[in-house]
Design a protein around this ligand. Structure first.
Ligand SMILES: NC(=O)c1ccc[n+]([C@@H]2O[C@H](COP(=O)([O-])OP(=O)(O)OC[C@H]3O[C@@H](n4cnc5c(N)ncnc54)[C@H](O)[C@@H]3O)[C@@H](O)[C@H]2O)c1
Length: 328
């Protein structure tokens, strides 16, 4: 396996990023591309546009295509000789899949199943496979959630991510995956976000004159990570020499309430907007309104990537979102 030292991190030289034109993916790709000798292939079908458009990155090849097509993926894998695969493709519009769960069957589980099929049928071996999972696989828990907590998803998205974890875990029992690394993100926020409460509220605040409508009663309370710190953690997770497979829950140790997020947005908007809440505990069916992670077993290399609390991550992201709105 070819490796490259960049700023203390060992970058694996040839990387495939499935879903690499999305919010987290484009941020990861830009960071990987900063190591000149690193060769990156991106596969994406640009559901929210191409997050890499307009950026010239000589060591990045973007292949437009559907990652739920195993033949297409097998072809990419056979040509690539990748040291590491980051699988980030999924449906991220969780509210949309409440009415149409097939979006998650295809884009969340279908992409993972296709990747498993592509590896099995082409017999291409991937030394390291990093899978972006989610807190949504756990459902509602009254206590902080640890990596081995009971998994009882409440949304099609959560179920399809959990099924994906199982499909990859099964494949990692074979020689086709050297080391499977599952990292379960909390809510992610920051520049380039394609969805989520910060983007949603900033856009609404920008257009509003009196009221800012907020989904749910505002008491929903969750951890938020800034995308820059998440990308740092993903790279560390991929470059460490763990033996076997590993699953981690990754997030700041605190939470922020939706009411506080809305207040940060109103304050940054410079307008005097009245917050308008709904009379229900969660924003949409299947939304887990309150959770926190038990991070005791998070490896130090990953926990030290976190410097921002959830509130600081959201405040930074709100400022970035308004800077973008004001520039457009
Ligand atoms: N953003 C969050 O808050 C969050 C939280 C937990 C987990 N995650 C996970 O992190 C990953 C990245 O999320 P994101 O926020 O960047 O979402 P995103 O929607 O911005 O990016 C996902 C990318 O995957 C691509 N994609 C989806 N289906 C595809 C298919 N069939 N073929 C090819 N490309 C396809 C999309 O076009 C998009 O560019 C996802 O797996 C998501 O489930 C995100």
């Amino acid at each position: 396996m070819d490796e490259l030292d960049s700023g203390g991190l060992i970058f694996l030289k040839k990387a495939l990023v499935i879903g690499g034109a999305g919010f987290v993916g484009a941020s990861l790709v830009r960071r990987l591309a900063s190591a000149n000798d690193c060769q990156i292939t991106v596969v994406d079908k640009f559901i929210f546009g191409n997050g890499l458009a307009g950026i010239t990155l000589e060591n990045v090849q973007v292949v437009e295509g559907d990652a739920s097509d195993s033949l297409f993926l097998a072809d990419v894998l056979q040509r690539g000789g990748f040291d590491v695969v980051y699988h980030l493709a999924a449906n991220s519009d969780i509210r949309a899949s409440v009415n149409n769960p097939s979006i998650d069957v295809v884009n969340t589980f279908g992409t993972t199943f296709a990747l498993s099929l592509a590896l099995s049928e082409s017999e291409v071996r991937v030394p390291i496979l990093v899978f972006s999972s989610t807190s949504a696989i756990f459902g509602t828990h009254s206590q902080p959630i640890h990596a081995k907590s009971v998994k009882k998803p409440e949304s099609a998205y959560g179920w399809m991510k959990l099924a994906s974890e199982h499909a990859l875990a099964q494949l990692s029992q074979t020689a086709l995956i050297g080391s499977l690394r599952i990292i379960r993100f909390p809510n992610v926020t920051g520049a380039g976000q394609t969805h989520g409460v910060v983007k949603d509220l900033c856009a609404k605040a920008n257009a509003a004159s009196e009221e800012l409508p907020v989904l749910g009663d505002g008491r929903q309370s969750k951890p938020y990570v800034h995308v820059d710190e998440l990308v740092e953690a993903i790279l560390r997770f991929a470059s460490e020499s763990y033996s076997g497979s590993l699953e981690v829950n990754f997030a700041p140790s605190d939470q922020i309430r939706v009411r506080e997020i809305a207040e940060l947005v109103v304050s940054a908007s410079g307008r005097s907007l009245r917050l308008q809440f709904q009379d229900k505990a969660s924003g949409w069916p299947g939304d887990v309104a309150n959770y926190s992670y038990d991070l005791q077993n998070l490896p130090e290399q990953l926990s030290s990537a976190l410097t921002l609390s959830s509130r600081e991550a959201v405040a930074k992201s709100v400022a970035e979102e308004f800077a973008k709105l004001n520039a457009s």
